[in-house]
Design a protein around this ligand. Structure first.
Ligand code: AHR
Length: 322
């Protein structure tokens, strides 16, 4: 009888422990998110984006596994397949290239792993990803082109165009905006266009060659991100060419990192279109809501502010979060 009581007691304690574990588990089950980043340190924008993601997920105590593809599209697809093989709960992708995703996304779907697109869009069937959160690249490009149109009116425009890494949706959208502006402005002349791969050194080298080829004909540089704008400015200054302000070569860029806004205030950059990299909290909310059964909107766009050299103030820059 005594033995039986002991066994019953053990069973009761064990079942209570089991129920306790189940309860805790249902609420706080360990969540693992695989984050396939394009290239974590590629530019100031991307570093801020990587930090924002890590902060948002760490704050909630979730595991975020970062895979850095070094802007290699094939490696990034392999990184995503690796996340699928590991059985992560969610996958977040900031796509190097907008093409080539169908097979691996289908594998994720078969494995029941929802995919969220961070910043970059993809050419893939919509049912293969849960939600996208980021900026509208075409709109950012349009805002940049609007400023050039207003500044130059009917005067001749000799434009050089530094593109992002070819095939990235950010490059595709911003370049579409340039092409549309060229088509509607017969006074614009595209002197040169080439990728600077989002980086300062590459852009500086490209710009140095363009200066040798076109020197006095260049009156506008459009760089598809801040880091490339910086490279172009360095090359122009090295060549003794005046940059920015009312009389120098006009510099127009996208991203609006704090240092580049400081250069805008100094008059070295004429116009800066914001592309907000602080997407971590929004991506976290999408996943958190989805876990609770709340379907996120398919697309959520972040607004783009603009900053011009003749109206920006130090107070505006100081209030910026990145
Ligand atoms: O996709 C956003 C773009 O990618 C940013 O403009 C650029 O700096 C980054 O690499």
């Amino acid at each position: 009888m005594k033995k039986l009581l002991v066994v019953l007691l053990i069973l009761a304690v064990a079942s209570m422990a089991f129920i306790g574990c189940q309860g805790r588990g249902n609420q706080n089950r360990d969540i693992t998110v695989g984050f396939a980043q394009a290239k974590a340190d590629e530019s100031d924008w991307r570093m801020a984006n990587t930090r924002s993601m890590l902060d948002a997920f760490n704050r909630a105590g979730w595991r975020l596994i970062l895979a850095d593809s070094n802007n290699d599209a094939a490696k990034q697809i392999a990184d995503v397949q690796n996340f699928i093989n590991m059985g992560v709960d969610y996958i977040v992708i900031s796509a190097v290239n907008e093409a080539g995703w169908d097979t691996v996304l289908r594998n994720a779907q078969r494995a029941n792993i929802p995919v969220i697109l961070n910043d970059r869009t993809m050419q893939a069937s919509e049912d293969l990803w849960l939600a996208w959160f980021g900026g509208s690249f075409r709109h950012e490009g349009d805002l940049a082109m609007d400023w050039i149109e207003k500044r130059f009116g009917a005067n001749p425009v000799g434009l050089v165009h530094l593109q992002g890494q070819l095939g990235a949706s950010a490059q595709v959208g911003r370049t579409e905006a340039v092409d549309a502006a060229l088509a509607r402005n017969s006074n614009w002349n595209l002197l040169a266009r080439q990728t600077g791969d989002w980086g300062t050194d590459r852009a500086r080298a490209v710009m140095t060659v363009w200066i040798q080829q076109h020197r006095n004909r260049i009156n506008v540089v459009f760089a598809e991100n801040d880091n490339m704008a910086l490279g172009a400015i360095q090359a122009l200054q090295e060549a003794g060419i005046r940059v920015g302000g009312a009389n120098g070569v006009a510099i127009v860029t996208v991203d609006a990192n704090r240092w580049s806004l400081q250069m805008t205030l100094e008059g070295l950059i004429n116009y800066n279109v914001e592309c907000n990299p602080l997407l971590g909290p929004g991506i976290f909310t999408i996943i958190d809501n989805h876990r609770k059964g709340i379907m996120p909107p398919k697309r959520s766009t972040v607004d783009a502010l603009t900053f011009a050299y003749d109206s920006i103030t130090q107070a505006v820059i100081n209030a910026r979060a990145y």
